[in-house]
Design a protein around this ligand. Structure first.
Ligand SMILES: [Zn+2]
Length: 303
């Protein structure tokens, strides 16, 4: 029985600046995606992105949200994954996709994108500066795109391995921190990095998805001194609320709100992430209006 379902586990290679994370998303993946009618290829891509966002969020000492997006002008318009970290709490994740026409189950992400950009946004909860980095989506997998991103925009050597079979997603990250100062330590870190990077790259999808953490680490790095930390749980959580939907509607403006009410009698908004339905009737809608003068009055519409 696998003991690491829906967990993120950090580990370090002792006496070096090389560290890693492993993640498994099973219930988290299913709860996040089962409400959405996703073609197989996009479900796989979202699963891999979710695993990647958890791996990356866990390397940051930040309470807040890490948002990963792939934007494209092709059939696929948008993939978005959000991972929120709060010290002492489970990693909270949600994800969604937008596309423009029929996609067959055989088509994978890279057949569906054009002029695609890979975007990472960090949004600290307790104030602090939001940060956004954008690079073209290059390579033939999400993991290589992310490795390129980390090297180019953060100057951090990172290896990332991702897998999603539709039922669960898993991933492993190895990173070399530019922490050490003296030449001796630098050389040793460089050696460790080259060695564990090579060992890590032998991991198979099956091992990533199905082996318990300790077994996997022993199998990959059996001659290394690896210290494994306590796991952090992951869970699906959607932060949408009636308030956030109200704010979104207010941004449409009074005129737009009134015209939807006029046309349809009420306003219905589905959350893209969790599919929750928010309904605003005439009375609710009146409370959204910014201008007092525009308040909906019983009109000729009521017969
Ligand atoms: Zn929602």
């Amino acid at each position: 029985m696998k003991n690491n379902l829906d967990t993120l586990q950090r580990f370090v290679f002792e006496n070096s600046a090389v560290r890693g994370n492993l993640v498994n998303l099973t219930q988290t993946l299913n709860l996040a995606l089962n409400q959405q009618q996703l073609p197989k290829g996009l479900r796989k891509a979202l699963g891999e992105l979710m695993a990647a966002s958890a791996l990356l969020a866990a390397t940051l000492k930040m309470n807040g949200a890490l948002v990963m997006q792939i934007q494209s002008t092709g059939t696929l318009k948008l993939l978005v994954v959000e991972c929120t970290t709060i010290t002492g709490e489970a990693l909270k994740m949600r994800a969604t996709a937008k596309w423009s026409e029929d996609i067959s189950d055989e088509q994978d992400l890279f057949e569906l994108v054009e002029h695609a950009q890979f975007m990472i946004t960090l949004d600290p909860k307790e104030g602090g500066q939001a940060y956004q980095g954008i690079v073209p989506l290059e390579g033939s997998s999400i993991s290589t795109a992310l490795e390129n991103y980390m090297l180019r925009s953060e100057q951090i050597d990172t290896r990332i391995f991702l897998s999603c079979d539709g039922d669960s997603a898993a991933g492993m990250l190895i990173q070399k921190l530019p922490e050490t100062m003296n030449q001796l330590t630098l050389d040793r870190d460089e050696d460790t990095w080259a060695r564990v990077g090579h060992l890590a790259s032998t991991v198979t999808d099956d091992e990533l998805l199905h082996l318990p953490t300790e077994t996997l680490l022993t199998r990959l790095f059996h001659q290394e001194d690896v210290r494994l930390f306590e796991p952090t749980a992951t869970e699906f959580f959607c932060s949408c609320s009636r308030d956030s939907v109200s704010n979104m509607l207010r941004m449409l403006g009074d005129e737009e709100i009134l015209s939807i009410i006029e046309e349809r009698g009420n306003i219905e908004v589905n959350c893209d992430f969790c599919n929750a339905l928010y309904t605003f009737d005439k009375v609710d809608a009146a409370q959204l209006l910014v201008s007092e003068a525009a308040v909906v009055t019983p009109s000729a519409k009521i017969h």
